[in-house]
Write a protein that binds this ligand. Sequence first.
Ligand code: NAD
Ligand code: TYD
Length: 339
Amino acid sequence: MKMLVTGAAGFIGSNFVFHMLDEHPDAQIVALDALTYAGNLETLDKVMDEDNFSFVKADIADREAVFQLFEDEKFDVVVNFAAESHVDRSIEDPGVFLRTNIIGTQVLMDASREFGVQRFHQVGTDEVYGDLPLDRPDLFFTEDMNITASSPYSASKASADLLAMAYHRTYGLPVTISRCSNNYGPYQFPEKLIPLMIANALADKPLPVYGTGENVRDWLYVEDHCRAIDMVLQDGKVGEVYNIGGHNEKSNLEVVKTILRQLGKPESLITFVGDRKGHDLRYAIDPTKIHNDLGWLPETKFDDGIRMTIQWYLDNEDWWQKIISGEYQQYYEKMYSNR
Ligand code: NAD
Ligand code: TYD
């Protein structure tokens, strides 16, 4: 089985590559990534010399390059992680989100049609369900809910999901879609909440919490997400959407306080800053379908996952120090100074 994994030098894509190489040593994995600011080839160092692994630098929206690759490689399965993924950046500059997340997905699906791919899996997000109110803990995202969007990021991901469903119905492309809640774990780019707070706390810098810090996210350890996608690829039904999440809701303030506690840093580092525009209040996944249909359950409790994640950032300071000492400095300055 030959599998294309796009966005493989990013956070979840790289973890998925490691998962696949561990769990399916017979699979041939071709990793593709454009190596944008969020892609880091060093992340894939440890698998670069594996016989059943290869890396291609390419842009999923580059039709010519993608079609050539599909013609050369004859993939059986495509898993599309490649995306612009940060909500705050999408608010500053939506254009690249539409190009990569929508047009890039279209190009991959066109190539999948042309070259007879047996499964196209679109890695989606729960953000396409909009948000839930904070005072209705009984409400959860289910697969049959309407798609809506609060940010240019979620609008672009919703568009990609709609296109994928349309390609399934119109052309019979064998598509599956998964929609996962917020991931955390090793190799997450430090612009996202958990690694940003770890890095700042370690440097005794202020921890910028947007608004009141009451917004709720449903956190899932990245390996649980990778295992869920693997199960969808094996036993999922074509044309179906699967929500992935582990009932692990935490307010941002709870998450930040947990990080400070574990690092032995004072809560006085918490600094409330201006809120994100259109800030979604609460995400919460109902994972009943993937549990009942595929037998998936999360295996990592938040307490264990966050401890492992913090330990990983402590043990791999080189990996993220290099990132935050480069152009990230300008990004941080632009997003956080005078906020
Ligand atoms: P990430 O930003 O860490 O990685 C994205 C990767 O895609 C990077 O390596 C980047 O270089 C690459 N990329 C960007 N544009 C590209 C292009 N035009 N062509 C080829 N490669 C390109 O993101 P992530 O957190 O790993 O997210 C991966 C996927 O999972 C995304 O589709 C995202 O929407 C989805 N998702 C993420 C989360 C989360 O909590 N991080 C939750 C649910 C779903
Ligand atoms: P983020 O990691 O960007 O994921 P998403 O927006 O996709 O859920 O943010 C998670 C939550 O943390 C979100 O409610 C915004 C908040 N947040 C902060 O309060 N401060 C920060 O510096 C960042 C990056 C996020």
